[in-house]
Design a protein around this ligand. Structure first.
Ligand code: SF4
Length: 450
């Protein structure tokens, strides 16, 4: 049973020294009980207390690492501490696995893997991809499964997952791709002992699947008692509403009650056949609270929506995504090119950059360090100021590249123009309020090559 804050408090040194970052041992105990602190933060905890605190000190959801070191793509699942990302943040984005059946002939398999390899996207300066290829034993034939696993392993550096009902099929495939340390799915109440034995031997994680949450909890508890901890849960549900309910219950019990059988990452297998419905289903699981999502879709527009959603959910709400504050050259910008200024908030910067590129007028963009806030927010917070822009102009010696000393500021902060002209000595042009207005503005004012 989970320890309460008071139980933990009794085991702490009670120095109230503040070295753990909170003012009192009681506050630290409460933070520990709710999974918002780590026992290591207190340097004075005795070994006996560490032992006694055992599970209270462990993260509410275990971190499970997938993939062999040296393989291009390693995946970390779980290790989350909160129910809602604005309580703190989510740390490990849900892994996305794309399914490949062992019933495909060599040509179809290669074509599908080629499509999976193309699922690489760049957005707001970040690169993201799917994480795993899940080879599924559709044929029921261990030899065909092993052959498909081998072919997949040879063609992808993504992490691997082997999905089969029969332990003998998992064994046959694992024998040929053991060096990749694939996830083994599934271990059921009937097969878990055999599958876990394989996983222990090769250092793999196992998806344990029960028929419903109760059976899954019993199965996990039994297996965890053997000392095997690289577990991923699967409640067995496949209907969206039921899966969502299970995912939510598992996360709540793991975080709020520290219910240890649910203190592991959880997988969700999409069952919808229509690609649009499948992405809707996967997006629901991404929002709450899958650690690993298995999909069949391989088309870029479908997968892009899911990965964009993931990027939004797993962005630290306390740390806006930022680009480096510097002078950026767009196209073959030269001495006659326009200079735009904006903030270093990624969404703002890349929106401006996209519109500047669309204008087809080679340009410079000066990104000001506003700690990742947008134009109006940073202006209101006193971070996007005439002085800050003037300092950046000097720091990056922009005058050497733009001898006209003409700078375009966002229309929303037209109010800065007078002071900026005074403190910088630059001619200030008020640009469009919205980035979308840049192409027309650039064409009208700078419609010439640099
Ligand atoms: S560092 Fe340890 S002893 Fe000091 S206040 Fe925190 S919990 Fe108490």
């Amino acid at each position: 049973m989970a320890l309460t804050g008071l139980d933990i408090f009794k085991l702490l040194p009670r120095k109230n020294c503040n070295e753990c970052g909170v003012p009192t041992c009681l506050a630290f105990a409460m933070a520990l009980a709710s999974g918002k602190a780590s026992l290591e933060a207190c340097p004075y905890v005795s070994e006996e207390a560490k032992e006694a605190l055992g599970s209270a000190a462990a993260p509410p959801i275990r971190l499970v690492k997938i993939g062999a070191p040296g393989v291009d793509h390693e995946v970390e699942l779980g290790d989350e501490n909160v129910l809602f990302r604005h309580d703190k943040t989510f740390y490990h984005p849900a892994g996305v696995a794309v399914e490949v059946g062992d019933d495909l002939d060599a040509g179809a398999l290669a074509a599908r893997l080629a499509k999976i390899a193309e699922l690489v996207f760049e957005r707001v300066g970040q690169r993201y991809t799917v994480d795993l290829v899940a080879v599924r034993n559709v044929t029921g034939d261990p030899a065909k499964f092993a052959a498909a696993a081998k072919a997949v392993a040879e063609k992808t550096k993504l992490a691997l997952m082997l999905v089969a009902e029969k332990p003998e099929a998992l064994k046959a495939a694992l024998d040929v791709v053991a060096d990749r340390k694939p996830i083994l799915a599934w271990g059921t109440p009937a097969t878990a002992d055999a599958v876990v034995a394989l996983a222990k031997e090769k250092g793999c994680a196992v998806v344990l699947r029960g028929a419903g949450l109760d059976e899954t909890a019993n199965l996990v508890e039994r297996i965890a008692k053997t000392g095997f901890k690289d577990i991923i849960l699967d409640s067995g549900a496949r209907e969206t509403g039921k899966v969502l309910a299970d995912l939510t219950q598992v996360r709540r019990l793991a975080i709020k009650k520290k219910f240890r059988p649910f203190g592991f990452p959880i997988a969700a297998f999409c069952a919808e056949k229509d690609p649009l419905a499948e992405m809707t289903q996967a997006s629901v699981y991404m929002a709450k609270y899958a650690s690993l999502i298995v999909i069949k879709a391989v088309e870029r527009p479908q997968v892009l929506t899911l990965l964009t959603w993931r990027q939004n959910i797993y962005t630290d709400p306390q740390k806006p995504i930022q680009v480096e504050a510097k002078l950026n050259r767009i196209g073959e910008a030269g001495p006659k090119s326009p200079l735009y200024v904006t903030t270093n908030f990624s969404l703002t910067y890349y929106t401006v950059e996209g519109e500047v590129a669309a204008s087809k007028v080679p340009s410079y963009i000066l990104a000001i360090n506003t700690e990742g806030t947008s134009v109006l927010t940073s202006y209101a917070a006193g971070k996007f100021t005439a002085d800050a822009i003037a300092d950046a102009l000097k720091k990056f010696e922009v005058e050497k590249l733009v001898p006209s000393k003409e700078i375009v500021i966002p229309g929303y902060v037209a109010v800065l123009s007078g002071k900026l002209a005074d403190v910088s000595g630059w001619k200030v042009i008020v640009g469009p309020r919205e980035a979308a207005g840049i192409p027309a503005f650039a064409k009208e004012r700078y419609g010439r090559s640099s």
